[in-house]
Design a protein around this ligand. Structure first.
Ligand code: GYE
Length: 356
């Protein structure tokens, strides 16, 4: 099981370089965050797939920065962009970095197995996006006991577990994203309408917090907007489509859909079209992430808005990991600066500038 295989990456990883938003300076992001799927079916009961540049079981005396990354899987275009960026960066810095990469195929137990392997290998730093918020106490305690710092990326863990269980988190502010989506929703609907919500993976911080930001804003500020239903679409395009189909069967008067990621929004758009309605007009569509497919869809007038959540985190991840290896302290939350993009801002040039 402990396959430590050759280094992974190909030149195709260049794709993951620049955020759509970041690449387009002419796009005025109305609200920059101050502080700053194609579904690949996961295999059943599978072991995490591991790839690494062969760090020895004992990493003592290795001058390179050895990082173990336990990726969630391949549920969305966003996830692929993050993976590509991390692998691309490591491949270009092989003189200083060794990356051990595992794909947990959407399963928490696989992420935990991969983390335990990294502990056994004696990596310098462990990095992972927790697929769900809860259930990490045991393995994070093992990391602590082994003296290995942990960087959470793009999702967090349940605060009640105590934030001393990890060293730092590099991630967007998902509550903020939900609020931004609600602000745009209110504008699009002129303050009145019926909304359905497609949630991300049950128990994932990115889903829990986007929902919290969106629902709380609507409840406090939009008395005539009703969220008539809210179901998980597991962050995948296929489930986004399926759940939207069932919403369309249950409710004849949906004015808008808020999707916790763009992949689900693209699936919902397919369902809306198949129901003979016009996405972007008859039913407004808002997503989160800022993947190229969302920008194309906005240009085609089928999607109204995406709230950016950058997956381009590799440089921050490896810089932070290097600091931790040197014993430096870093902020507890290294927050990404994201923007909000509405359809009226999108031109062909903007779409062409998207790299993921
Ligand atoms: O929005 C979604 C992905 O955790 C921020 O996970 C990430 C989310 C992202 O599958 O598309």
């Amino acid at each position: 099981m402990k396959k430590i295989v050759a280094l992974l990456v190909g030149l195709t990883m260049v794709m993951g370089l620049a955020a759509c938003g970041n690449a387009n300076t002419q796009t005025t992001a109305p609200a920059a965050n101050e502080a700053a799927e194609e579904t690949a079916a996961p295999a059943e009961e599978s072991e995490p797939e591991e790839q690494a540049e062969a760090p020895a079981a004992e990493n003592k005396g290795n001058e390179k920065l050895v990082v173990g990354f336990a990726q969630i899987g391949q549920e969305s275009g966003w996830r692929d962009a993050e993976t590509n960026d991390v692998q691309w960066y490591a491949a270009r810095n092989t003189d200083t970095i060794e990356l051990a990469f595992a794909d947990a195929q959407q399963k928490q137990e696989n992420q935990i197995k991969a983390i335990r392997n990294f502990i056994e290998m004696g990596v310098d730093v462990i990095v992972f996006p927790p697929v769900v918020e809860t259930g990490w106490e045991a393995v994070l305690t093992e990391c602590q006991e082994a003296g290995i710092p942990v960087i959470l990326v793009d999702r967090g863990i349940d605060a009640s577990a105590g934030d001393d269980l990890y060293t730092t988190m590099i991630a967007s502010d998902h509550v903020w994203a939900g609020e931004q989506a609600a602000i745009v929703m209110n504008d699009l609907l002129g303050g009145t309408g019926k909304v359905v919500e497609l949630e991300g993976t049950v128990g994932a911080s990115a889903a829990v917090q986007r929902k919290q930001g969106f629902d709380d804003y609507i409840a406090s500020n939009c008395p005539n907007i009703e969220i008539v239903d809210s179901q998980t679409g597991d962050f995948t395009r296929a489930m986004g489509k399926e759940v939207m189909e069932s919403f369309l069967k249950s409710y004849s008067d949906i004015d808008a859909v808020f999707c916790h990621n763009d992949d689900m929004a693209l699936g919902a758009i397919e369902a809306i079209k198949e129901a003979g309605l016009k996405p972007g007009e008859d039913i407004k569509v808002i997503g989160v992430d800022g993947v190229k497919g969302a920008f194309e869809s906005m240009l085609a007038g089928e999607m109204n808005c995406t709230v950016e959540c950058t997956p381009i985190l590799a440089q921050q991840i490896f810089d932070t990991a290097a600091k931790l290896k040197n014993g430096e302290t870093v902020d507890k939350w290294i927050m990404s600066a994201d923007g909000v993009y509405t359809a009226d801002q999108i031109t062909q040039e903007v779409v062409d500038g998207c790299q993921y």
